[in-house]
Design a protein around this ligand. Structure first.
Ligand SMILES: Cc1cc2nc3c(=O)[nH]c(=O)nc-3n(C[C@H](O)[C@H](O)[C@H](O)COP(=O)(O)OP(=O)(O)OC[C@H]3O[C@@H](n4cnc5c(N)ncnc54)[C@H](O)[C@@H]3O)c2cc1C
Length: 356
């Protein structure tokens, strides 16, 4: 029987984090296998706000692919009785996950990554090398990066049930403007953002006991309800599994964790994709000395953990604080926002939750 190819790196999960990692490692000369359980293109629950901090990296990974997408220069926050509108310090971009994830996966293939879709990884074992088991065949690698997102069979099980869910769909809206609009209500928020000509993405994070459908979500904010009356759905609403917030971790069973598998930042920060791209690229860079025989895998884990902490811990901490304010009871929130002012809170939301 023919011996299995020994890859330098197997990346499990072909979302933004996995593709960024695979592309970066392959460009540096590593033999990389990227395994994704789904088939692209596919929709995914996400606000599709791609922050300015990720655009340079995205371009370097994927060329000028998304230049035609709406630039988002304005944000509007709608609280119960107040609203604030402000310019973003740097323009973000609106890119549907349908195109973003498929585009990055394709870019990985173009860089020489062996990228396979429809392959579910069931188990990973380590005995000197890593053995990665799929229903078809096992694969072998010197290192494994786990980019499987928030929930996966390859992460630590967490018992605490989540109260938050995510919902998303695209709608036709005549004359939509290129801004990101966040509507806050007790028990959650809904983001609305232009994703194309006369087309908006509505994406909500909401407590499961408050709403289970987007129509229920829209009814929770009078201005959103009014705005959504004439919307025409463009595909059925998608729902996520529960959203759990926990402190980031950078390894599990010797696999390096990247993107949401390492840590899930509050969606209102609009920084999850950026964190996924940056942490994916960072993991690949941290692994290069190991592939060159100049560092052990343990040293790589330490180096990656320390750089991850330096670059991303602040964003998680600030997003956590912001979540506490935004999910506090209405009277507490009003008092705090009354004291601090809505505009400073809004700009803190944008600037302090960014991965660098
Ligand atoms: C409601 C909501 C709104 C959001 N809005 C925004 C936003 O506007 N802007 C923003 O930047 N971020 C947003 N986010 C966060 C963003 O979606 C994530 O941070 C981002 O998708 C993380 O990318 P990732 O590559 O780490 O994981 P994912 O995108 O989840 O990719 C993981 C991939 O791994 C695959 N996989 C899982 N298990 C296996 C397995 N065993 N074998 C093979 N493949 C596997 C999955 O199929 C998936 O394709 C939002 C999140 C939510 C829930």
């Amino acid at each position: 029987m023919e011996a299995a190819t020994l890859y330098d790196l197997i990346v499990i999960g072909g979302g933004p984090a996995g593709s960024a990692c695979a592309i970066t490692a392959a460009r540096a000369g590593a033999r990389v296998l990227l395994l994704e359980k789904d088939q692209f293109p596919r929709h995914k629950v996400c606000g599709e706000f791609v922050s300015a901090e990720s655009l340079e990296l995205l371009r370097s990974l994927n060329g000028s692919h998304f230049q035609d997408k709406p630039a988002i220069e304005t944000a509007r926050l709608f609280m119960r009785n107040r609203r604030v509108s402000f310019q973003l310090p740097r323009a973000a971009m609106s890119i549907p996950r349908f195109e973003l994830d498929a585009g990055l996966f394709h870019a990985a293939q173009m860089q020489g990554v062996h990228a396979r879709q429809g392959v579910h990884v069931g188990e990973v074992l380590r005995d000197g090398t890593f053995q990665v088991f799929t229903p078809e065949q096992p694969f072998v690698a010197k290192a494994v990066v786990n980019a499987t997102g928030r929930w996966s069979n390859l992460a630590q099980r967490r018992a605490s049930p989540s109260k938050w869910i995510g919902l998303k769909a695209h709608f036709r809206e005549a004359g939509s403007a290129p801004s990101v609009d966040l509507y806050f209500f007790p028990g959650g928020y809904c983001g609305v953002q232009q994703v194309g000509h006369d087309r908006v993405n509505a994406c909500a994070m909401v407590r499961a006991n408050v709403a289970r459908t987007l129509t229920q979500v829209f009814s929770l904010h009078p201005e959103l309800w009014k705005r959504s009356r004439d919307w025409e759905p463009l595909f059925p609403t998608l729902t996520t599994s529960g959203l759990l917030f926990r402190r980031p971790e950078t390894q599990f069973q010797h696999m390096i964790l990247v993107g949401d598998a390492a840590g899930f930042i509050d969606p209102f920060a609009g920084d999850g994709i950026s964190l996924a791209l940056h942490s994916g690229a960072l993991a690949a860079q941290s692994l290069l000395p190991f592939f060159a025989g100049k560092a052990t895998l343990n040293e790589v884990h330490h180096e990656y953990a320390s750089l991850y902490q330096q670059r991303f811990a602040g964003a998680f901490r600030n997003a956590r604080r912001m979540r506490r304010i935004l999910s506090s009871p209405e009277w507490v929130r009003s008092t705090m926002l009354g004291i601090a002012g809505l505009k400073p809170v809004a700009s803190a939301l944008v600037s302090s939750t960014r991965a660098k």
